[in-house]
Design a protein around this ligand. Structure first.
Ligand SMILES: [Zn+2]
Length: 277
């Protein structure tokens, strides 16, 4: 579930709390740990991280990148749908099944990787190009220019929502924020990309920036330093099926396809005749 806004705030918090600190020990839980951990260095996940310092934490799309010092290795974490971090003193109640723990001292703290469905991945590598899907990622959704957005969009076909959540187009957007962005842009999620006018594409770009920036500010406010939380109270349409649209009061639609729910407002986002909406 974490998308760009959540990961951006997690990056800020972890940078403030962990940058410059030494990882004194690493624990990989016997059950889920080996599924989550991928050592691309051949030197051993635990061995290579223990004793190193967290030099910096960056975000690229839906990856968090921990640079370790002095090894310059990167711990690249892709939490996918269900992964989260928990930063807390030892003994704190677990936010879910803990697969990997990095231990810190002064103060004694743990950075836990928690993943309900063991879907996410933690890669240790000296070369990010070797991390699956990393090299194929398009520009970050907060960094792409309007011109680049328009140009890149041309090479993707199909329904606009499906394109927005494809990392090779822009990185950082998933199912939830795609719904929010399209609602803000007043574009039906099942519109074909080829049917969008230049004005609608410009509007979509603006909506993407605004929705992601506003959401980041709200997540920052609601999450604080509790990086394991999933603040979602502020959504306009996503997971709001059956409730009134905050824009016009029409009941928000919920369509499930490919195990993914899509929420939108038929009044604010007209069109999409192909699926009989
Ligand atoms: Zn509406």
């Amino acid at each position: 579930m974490p998308e760009l806004p959540e990961l951006e705030v997690v990056r800020e918090v972890l940078t403030r709390r962990l940058a410059g600190r030494q990882v004194v020990a690493v624990t990989v839980a016997p059950k889920g740990g080996p599924i989550v951990v991928r050592d691309l260095t051949g030197g051993g996940f635990v061995e290579c991280i223990t004793g190193t310092e967290i030099q910096s934490i960056a975000r690229r799309g839906k990856f968090l990148l921990f640079t370790l010092s002095p090894s310059s290795l990167t711990l690249a974490v892709n939490p996918k749908l269900t992964g989260r971090f928990q930063l807390c003193p030892p003994g704190t109640k677990k936010a879910g099944p803990v697969h990997v723990t990095l231990h810190f001292r002064q103060p004694e703290e743990e950075l836990r990787y928690v993943d309900q469905k063991t879907m996410g991945q933690m890669y240790l590598t000296g070369d990010l190009a070797g991390v699956p899907t990393f090299a194929e990622m398009g520009p970050d959704a907060l960094e792409i220019s309007p011109e680049d957005f328009r140009q890149r969009l041309r090479s993707f076909r199909g329904e606009i929502k499906g394109i927005l959540i494809r990392a090779p187009f822009v990185a950082g957007i998933g199912n939830a924020y795609a719904d929010e962005i399209l609602w803000q842009a007043r574009i039906h999620p099942y519109r074909k990309r080829t049917s969008l006018t230049p004005e609608e594409i410009a509007c979509l770009f603006e909506a993407m920036r605004t929705a992601l920036q506003e959401a980041t500010a709200k997540v920052r406010e609601d999450m604080g330093d509790d990086v394991h939380l999933k603040p979602r109270e502020f959504f306009a349409v996503h997971m709001r099926g059956g409730q009134p649209c905050p824009g016009c009061g029409t009941t928000i639609s919920a369509i499930t396809a490919n195990q993914r729910v899509t929420n939108f407002c038929r009044t604010c986002q007209p069109g999409g005749l192909i699926r009989g909406m």
